[in-house]
Design a protein around this ligand. Structure first.
Ligand code: DX5
Ligand code: ZN
Length: 215
């Protein structure tokens, strides 16, 4: 299992301390949630904050853009040295083009689906994607309750990917904890994002280790 802790639940007044805690953990990626207050009803942080942690972040960056017109930022995300650029299908009327732009910029192309968005919305591009991310909550806030349908949706996404003979990875974001993580692993998830479950744990590094050992 690839584990990508979400810095949205970090202590922003001690961001460097929390990033260094993750550096020392067995997590794989850093999940960075950028929100614009338009695509989602919240504003988180943007490029200046991410740039400030890049010099001491020792894991690949998994950048989740909850913004309208995310294609405006392909070059800026690439300039961060990000491994993954994650855009929402609901924000991209020309999704195929955006995916090509992300790949040309040297990043893994990831497409995210909101809870209500059906899998058929990506059926025609799924084989071109490095990763599909399913939201387990409505995007915008950490610490929300997991939407149960996500487990079954993960199972169907796994079938869709296999039916295309593709190698696309499945990432789940929102409401992931020990219980939901175990069920998502069984349903075919490759990557788990966890914010409040990690940063709200007495021992965040142990929590990451637990999620990592799920599959
Ligand atoms: C929500 C973000 C998530 C969030 C997850 O819009 O995309 O990455 O941090 O938080 P938890 O794990 O607390 O549900
Ligand atoms: Zn996210």
């Amino acid at each position: 299992m690839i584990v990508s802790p979400s810095l949205l639940s970090a202590d922003f007044a001690n961001l460097r301390r929390d990033v260094e805690m993750l550096n020392e953990s067995c997590c794989d990626w850093f999940h960075l949630d950028v929100m614009d207050g338009v695509f989602v009803p919240n504003i988180s942080f943007g490029f200046p904050v991410i740039e400030s942690i890049v010099p001491f972040a020792r894991k690949p960056l998994d950048v989740h853009l909850m913004v309208v017109k995310p294609e405006r930022y392909v070059e800026r995300v690439a300039a961060l040295g990000a491994k993954v650029m994650n855009v929402h299908v609901e924000a991209c009327p020309h999704l195929h083009r955006v995916v090509q732009q992300i790949k040309e910029a040297g990043m893994m192309a990831a497409v995210t689906l909101n809870p209500h968005t059906p899998l058929c919305s990506i059926e025609e591009v799924v084989a071109d994607l490095d990763l599909v991310m399913l939201m387990g909550v409505n995007p915008g806030f950490g610490g929300q309750t997991f939407i149960e349908n996500t487990v079954e949706k993960t199972r169907r996404l796994r079938q869709l990917i296999e039916s295309k003979g593709a190698k696309t990875l499945i990432e789940i974001d929102g409401g992931v904890n020990r219980d939901t993580g175990a069920r998502l692993a069984e349903a075919g998830a490759d990557i788990l994002v966890a914010g409040s479950a990690v940063f709200g744990a007495g021992n965040p590094q142990e929590e990451i280790k637990y999620l990592k050992n799920l599959k």
